[in-house]
Each structure stands twice: as structure tokens, then as C-alpha cells.
Design a protein around this ligand. Sequence first.
Ligand code: PEP
Ligand code: MG
Length: 592
Amino acid sequence: MYKGIAISKGIAIGQAYILDRTKFCILQQKLNPDTVEAEVNRFRSAIEKTKLQMQETKKRTTEVADKYAIILDTYTLLLEDDILVNDTIEKIRNERMNAEWAVTETLEKFTHLFNNINDEYLKGKKDDLELVVHGIIRNLIGHSQESLSEIQKPVVLITHTLSPSDTLLIPRNLVLGLATEAGGKTSHVGIFASALGIPGVVGVKGLSSQVNSGDPVVIDGIDGHVIVNPSKKLLEHYESKRTSYKIYEEKLLDNIDRPAETVDGFQVRLLANIESAHEIKTLRKFGAEGVGLYRTEFLYMSSQNIPSEGELYENFKKIAQELAPLPVVIRTLDIGMDKQLHMFSQDDEDNPALGLRGIRMSLAYPDQFIVQLKAILKASLYGDVKILYPMVCDVAEVVQANETLEKIKEEFRLEQIPFNEDIEVGAMIETPSSAICADLLLKEVDFISIGTNDLIQYLLAVDRINENVAHLYKPFHPAVLKTLKRVFEAAKAAGKKVSICGELGGDPMATLFLLGLGNLTDLSMDPHSIPKVKKIICQSSMEEAKQIADHVLSLGSADEINNFLGEEMWKRFPSDFTRDAKFAENIISENE
Ligand code: PEP
Ligand code: MG
């Protein structure tokens, strides 16, 4: 059994199809001086062809893959990159080198450079560059796209990595599941696989050398396992796990139309985190009661230019109108760290997680902030729109942001531009300072929303995207839970709303603890998580949730808390918190 990172829930069982993307046979040739310019032109044509192929792929992008198309834009930009193109052309000219060899050398130079920089963001760029260069080489050597279209029967796809074009070409009906050696939880393969509902596991090191095409394989996208040549007993186990998971998923949808209300009448609104207007359909399917976090950065990422005020307004208005009277919380730009935008040329920062992120960036360069606030204010007429400031560390930041907002409101009043005068403004609590000073922040805002993804990273000093410290990223660390309690108490004292919009909000293991804090009003999460969280709330009482929260807060370590919650949840919801992973491990040890 191979362990990886589960990125898309479900079980797939089938024959392996190994997609080998990396092997090219490239010959080195010295050019005749009179063929050099023709070679440069051949290189340029290969680049153009690669661009066209990416545009074609983008056209085929369905709405569900919308976020995914953004990545293709990044790739097209790389194809226009001066260093990639000019360095290679220089090599062809100066060293009379054939284009395939020259572009491979350019790639090697950058791979070497990136390898020596300890920066996760740049490491990601290295993979992008590699995929783009392989596309060019394929066109240079006339190597047709190695075919996903050759797949004629249902298979489980195993590969080192998948390019965006590969992923978009996946024949949905024939790819039962997929596993890759590269990638992390938030990689594009993951986004796409879960959007299409294909069970998937990524980050399974060394997998493709352990499997042959045709081998029977199981992909367990629930617990993040890949099993090659499973024994009869294991196969039976996974067949029944697959069936029960399907039945279970469908059954969860039974509750989508009812509110999330405890047996003793305490209601929590379950909202969706979205990155694009296209997600409204998914949001409805899973019964979300509005949008608790609209990450607007992705709007910028999906466009070549900075979106205008008019474009932003239309986008916000559409979501507000479609969901009215349900709430739509629009977060102002939170770029920085792993979310960089090519149109804002930011200085390279040694430590971007602690750099110019979120509200800091908006206040340092207010132009875009003002454009966003204007668009949000105008859209506020069409629904229950709220504003949310990200990455707040200091009350002064909120005061300054609110002053900017007030100035715009004043300008609108003078120009008789209508907007909702009662629009609510909130601050994200995702840094230790904002958590500790939540009481002070609450004086300046109408509500707070806890971004646990960043809060955990900053409280525990553990980079949220670095796999080397992933084992130290502990959502159930006592420091995290005590901090949450403190923030909830501050909101209660201020008589204002507190919600959670980080991943912890959608983690069913955390639901009763969060509920037990007593004054939880909204939970915002990936829409797919809503049905299970709702089920837990509907079948529990506030009384028992409080007991659980009290007990959890008395425990001294993340392990103890995990064990306690694991046991409690399994006892209460045996069909929702199975011990399948342990069961499978037992079978393996019996067998091997
Ligand atoms: C968070 O940090 O928890 C959050 C919701 O914001 P993001 O994941 O976009 O940083
Ligand atoms: Mg955040």
C-alpha cells in the first residue's frame, strides 16, 4: 500500500494505465551556419503551436473546470517569457545548437537555479516551466500528444504529473481514478479531480516504477492510499468500501433543504467558500445558505489584465442577485505569499508569508482596493453583500480601510450613486495579533470571520504549503483551540457575529467542538463538505457539544485531542467516521 495525499474523495478500482510524460529522446546537433535562422523560426513556430494548443485546450474548458483554465493562462504567459524564449534563441544563434537541445539547456539552467532557491512558490514555477518546455519539445520533434485519447476502456490513471491540458482531456467516463507522484493538496490536479468527482491521490512518491500498465489498482481517495495488485481480501474490502461510500454520499444529500439546527434548536448557517461565480451551481447542489467567503484573487488570476471596476461590479452583482436574500461575503484582495498575480509586479520577498499580503498590500497600494470597494458598494444594492478584510494584524489597518470606505461612500452620496448604507464590514482573524486583540478589532467591524488556514500557520509557525513540515500543521493543537475559544468569547462580549471560513470550518471532526463554543453563527466551507457537517449538527444537541468543547479544552496535546474526538465522533456517528484506514492496515499486516 502506498500512502499519498487524498485530493478527491471516493474509491476507484481498475486496471492501471501508465501515462509516461517525461521521456524524450533528444539529439544534439551542430547546425550549419546557413540553417541557423531557419532553426530559430522552427523554434518560434513550435512556441506558437504550443500556445495555440493551450488556447484550444482552454476553449474546451467546461464551466466546472473554470478555475483550471486560469492555470493555462499562466502557461501561455511563460511561453512569452523573455528568458525562456530569448535565452534559447541566443543559444541557437551563438552556439549553433538545434532548438530541442537549446531549449532543454535553458530548462536545465532554470531548474538548477530554482533548486538552489528555497522557495515553495518558485519550486511550483519550476514544474510549470518544465511542463511548458516539454510541450514545445513535443512540437519540435513532432511527437504527438501522448494519448489520453488512446484510452478505450475504463482505467486508473497513474503518472508522475499531469499537465493542465492532459487533465482537461481526461475522458471522464473512462478514467475511474487517478494517482500522481507529484503534487500537493491544493495542486491543479486536485482541484480538477474533485470538480469532476474522480477519486484521486497525489504525492505518491515512486509510484509509477512500482506499477505496470494493466496491473489491478485501487485508489482510495478517502484515506489517501494506492494499492497495487491487491489481494482478494483487500479487493473485497475496497469493493464494499466503494459501494458504501457512494450510498453514503447520496444519502447525505437528503438533508440539503433543511436548516442546520441542533436537536435543541440552535441554528448555524452553513455557507460556501467560492473562488468563481460559476460555483453557484455547486453551492446550490450541496445546500449552502449563501457565500461566507468569496476569494476574489481568482478573478484576477483568471484574467490577462486587471479587471476593471465595471467587470468586478458585474461579477459581484451577478452573485448577489442570484443568491439574494442569502448573504455574500466578498473578501477584498488577498494576494501575496502563494497567491501571486502577474499583473502586480511585487518585489521578491524573502519571506512572503510575513510580507506584503492581504490588507497590507491594499493599504500600501490603495488603487485596486478602492476599485474593489466601489464595485462591492455598487453591487450591494442587489443582495445581502458584505465586505471582509483579509490578513488583519492591527486595529489601525481596519480603521484606515474603513476611512477609505467612508470616503467612497461620501463620494457616492454626492454623485447620487446608490448603495446599501447598512452594508456590513468584517475582519478576518487569521493572525495571532488579530486573535489576541479581537476585542479591539470588534469595535471597528460588524463581524469577524476566522481564517484557520493562516491562523494555524502563524500560531504554530508552520508553513501551510510546505510538505516537509506538514506533520506539524495541527489544526487540533491546544494553542489553536484555546485561541478560537478566546476569539469566540470576545465576539460574545461584543455582541457580534463570529464565523469560521478556514478549512477547519468544513472538517466534520471539528464541528461539535466549534458548536460547543456556544456562539457560532456561520460556518463557511467547500460546498462539498456541507452535507456531512449539517448531519452532525442536526443530530446533536448544544448541551453535548458544550461538553465536548469543555473536555477538548482540558486536554494537553493535539494527539490526545485527535484521539478523543476520533473516538467520540465514531461512537456518535459510526457510519460517518469509519475506521476503514485502520481496518485496511490490519488486513495488510495480516497479508504481508
Ligand atoms: C484562511 O486563511 O483560513 C482563509 C480562509 O483564507 P485563505 O485560505 O484564502 O488564505
Ligand atoms: Mg487566509
